[in-house]
Write a protein that binds this ligand. Structure first.
Ligand code: PLP
Length: 758
């Protein structure tokens, strides 16, 4: 695969939705163009439409084994779920006796449509039964003892046949036995959405009262589904109106959807084109994918137990990588998978995996890979090949260490790692391969060790700028044998080092190849706070203090100043530390704080002065030390740390203002390029994503981890027109905003990113 080659899409997110089978799409098209009648019309066109509908219904019955009861067409499973819950609870309300302490049970791993609808109808119908989640075990299997205990008082029990995140398949026969032996009359709904086409159903031979299904999870159109209702089960129409579906569900039927479903049923009944693979073949596909994943990522952990899951779902985590990173990586290889967790900075994890009791890290990093019965060996082969490419791409950018790779990209300069709002910095002298780490974070230990080994770096020091209140330093885990032998203070600063005199201050420094890291005592936030300035050694030796990057800890944070209400804080000292730093640094020299709560990456004194009046007043000496202490104490009183939440290291004095940058789209991009001759096109994704696939025009790659380094290199060239692109437009927008804030005045980004530009 060449870098520039446009890759075809490998779609492995079938549990979210599937493409429509070509024959199903054709059948739907025919009902829009030729057989477009309304099934309620009594003329021939209407009768033809009705024939399609009734034929589809009888095929639906055959597929699920519904020899009795009703099959009603709906817009999808969510509507089927409403119909079932409304019907059951409305009936339950008639026999309701609050003294029995009635409850409603649902599986803890149910699709959100179920508990949310239960809450809704329980409230609307004024029932106020207690809604209880049935716990599951580590494989996602329902707790039968819990059901046996609670079933006698249950108005309704909602379970699912197959889980959408893990593919876990419940033992319906056993479940029925437990439910019915404890409560023969409770209403039982089984969400069969993910079971259709994957599990044999013989519904008439069960006591399931309601079973919702959805078309778009099995190659039919979106907007069509059906619900099975047992013969004796109560029914209340969810939609009233023109009396369609024998008055059970009004509204003109979705004939194109029905026609597409009809074709799918043919496949399931063995009357189609034989597009669906057998269960054995699907198991074989799963084994091939699992082997490819294991081979590519040897530390992978699978979150679902294959022995009790349908073969079409694999759920896994790759230790050391967030779900978002893997999702971005696979997306770059044009493999579509989904994450179990919300891809935001405030990671929420997967409630399904949480309910199964899996470790939080596994839940937060969960990736779901799912395919459907129409998958082919060719697709699986291609997917396996691309998974291997994905791992190699990580190897090239040293996120995994692969000894057999030769052309690894060589790191040079500053790398900014982030965990939540905390920053960790790695600086590498590209020539000597000497490096320092500042503010080591425990979450990054493995990643840092891999980078150090893979890049052949010699660590000169691992230093914290102060004893952090919000996390423990992970320095000890990063030290090589050489460094362990080095004596340091408690922050990791070497006891034996050189000194240099700058503005009458004697400052200690250590060598990092051609650079020197200079230590400046800047107490205030804590008594031990220091700032570290990275300078060219030759300049420093020539008596010129010109800091390229100043790691200022929590002294100056974006939009604020570090808090001074810790035990060892001293606001007076902070006042003097701020002035000391101002005396040493240029206004536009880059400050690299230990926190970045708002995705601004780095800052400068001049950028902070414009939005932080308190800082401006200190630096201009408009404020005395005493007045500063007073104002600072008032400001810090607004910080309220909440239990289990990140400790905020400063009180925000100003909200970040939206800066101006240009938003381009596919149509305006070319025009913009034509009218800006020396424009620099920058792909802002991670190097492994970039290596897998990028637009030819974008021959610069500056991932967010290297944005600080890029800003440092462009400080004298802020008017250079820049166009940034990423996968979805979100990272490029964040980077454009950060650049614009620091005075880069010709920044544009591609809204919608690569996703919308093809
Ligand atoms: N139930 C399960 C298990 C599902 O996976 C889904 C869809 O994600 C639904 C219900 C909702 O289905 P629909 O999109 O047809 O409303």
């Amino acid at each position: 695969m060449t870098e520039q080659q446009q890759l075809s899409q490998i779609y492995l997110d079938a549990n979210a939705t599937t493409p429509v089978l070509p024959a199903a799409a054709q059948a739907a098209l025919a009902t829009m163009q030729t057989q477009f009648g309304n099934p309620s019309s009594s003329h021939i066109t209407g009768l033809q439409a009705k024939q399609i509908m009734e034929q589809t219904r009888s095929k639906a019955r055959a597929v699920i084994g519904a020899t009795s009861g009703q099959v009603i067409f709906t817009s999808g499973a969510t509507e089927g779920i409403q119909t079932a819950i409304l019907s059951a609870l409305y009936q339950a309300k008639q026999n309701y006796n609050s003294e029995n302490k009635p409850c409603i049970l649902y599986g803890a791993t149910e699709h959100k449509a179920v508990p949310e609808s239960l809450k809704h109808w329980n409230h609307i119908l004024d029932i106020h039964a207690e809604i209880k989640a049935i716990p599951v075990d580590k494989d996602g299997m329902l707790d039968m003892d819990f059901i046996a205990k609670e079933a006698p008082n249950a108005l309704m029990i909602c379970t699912m046949a197959v889980n959408n995140e893990t593919g876990a398949e419940q033992d319906l026969a056993k479940l029925e036995q437990v439910i019915r032996s404890n409560n023969p009359n409770t209403f039982w709904m089984v969400d069969c959405v993910q079971a259709l086409g994957k599990v044999e159903l013989d519904i008439a031979n069960t006591s399931i009262d309601y079973a919702p299904f959805s078309g778009h999870k099995l190659y039919a159109m979106k907007g069509i589904g059906f619900v099975y209702i047992r013969e004796q089960a109560p029914f209340t129409p969810f939609i009233a109106g023109g009396g369609q579906e024998s008055g059970l569900r009004s509204g003109t039927e979705n004939l194109p959807g029905l026609a597409s479903l009809n074709v799918i049923f043919d496949e399931l009944l063995g009357q189609g084109r034989g597009v669906f693979a057998t269960k054995e073949t699907l198991c074989d596909y799963r084994d091939q994918l699992a082997a490819a994943l294991k081979n590519a990522f040897p530390t992978i952990v699978f979150n679902n137990n294959f022995s009790c899951s349908v073969p079409t779902t694999l759920n896994f985590a790759i230790p050391g990588f967030s779900a978002k990173e893997i999702l971005d990586l696979f997306d770059a290889a044009n493999i579509r998978v989904s994450s179990g967790s919300a891809c935001s900075s405030k990671v929420t994890g997967s409630f399904v995996l949480d309910a199964m009791g899996l470790p939080r890290a596994q839940s937060e990093a969960a990736i779901r890979l799912s395919f459907g019965p129409a998958a082919t060996q060719t697709e699986i082969n291609e997917a396996c090949e691309r998974i291997a490419y994905c791992a190699k791409a990580l190897g090239h950018s040293c996120l995994v260490n692969m000894n057999d790779l030769d052309n690894k990209s060589k790191l040079d300069g500053l790398v900014q790692f982030k965990v939540g709002g905390s920053c960790c910095w790695l600086f590498v002298d590209g020539q000597s391969r000497e490096a320092v780490i500042i503010e080591p974070l425990a979450e990054l230990t493995e990643r840092l060790l891999t980078v150090i080994e893979c890049q052949g770096l010699t660590l000169k020091a691992v230093v914290d700028t102060h004893g952090h209140a919000d996390h423990a330093s992970s320095r000890a885990h990063l030290l090589s044998a050489d460094l362990q032998a080095q004596t340091t203070d408690h922050l990791g600063w070497p006891t034996h080092c050189g000194t240099v005199i700058v503005d009458n201050h004697t400052l200690p420094f250590i060598d990092v190849g051609r650079f020197a890291l200079v230590r400046i005592a800047t107490p205030g936030h804590t008594a031990d706070s220091i700032s570290l300035a990275l300078c060219h050694k030759t300049e420093l030796q020539a008596g010129k203090f010109n800091s390229l990057y100043t790691f200022c800890g929590d002294l100056i944070l974006m939009g604020t100043i570090g808090r001074t209400n810790f035990e060892t804080s001293d606001a007076t000292q902070m006042y003097h530390s701020l002035q000391l730093l101002q005396g040493l640094l240029e206004q536009d020299s880059l400050l690299c704080p230990s926190h970045d709560y708002n995705n601004e990456f780095v800052t400068t004194l001049s950028a902070e002065i414009t939005r932080n009046k308190l800082l401006a007043d200190v630096l201009s000496k408009r404020l005395t030390a005493d007045a500063f202490v007073q104002q600072k104490s008032e400001l810090d009183s607004h910080i309220h740390d909440q239990a289990n939440q990140e400790i905020m290291c400063g009180a925000l004095t100003s909200c970040s203002q939206k800066q101006h940058f240009t938003e381009l789209n596919k149509d305006t991009l070319q025009n913009h390029l034509d009218s800006n001759e020396d424009v620099l096109l920058i792909d802002i994704r991670e190097p492994h994503e970039y290596a897998l696939n990028h637009a030819q025009q974008f021959d610069n790659n500056v991932p967010l981890t290297r944005l600080a380094n890029f800003i440092g290199s462009q400080l004298l060239n802020k008017s250079q027109p820049l166009v940034l692109v990423c996968r979805s437009g979100s990272r490029s927008s964040v980077a454009a905003q950060a650049l614009a804030r620091l005075g880069f005045d010709h920044v544009a980004h591609l809204k919608g990113g690569y996703a919308l530009s093809n």
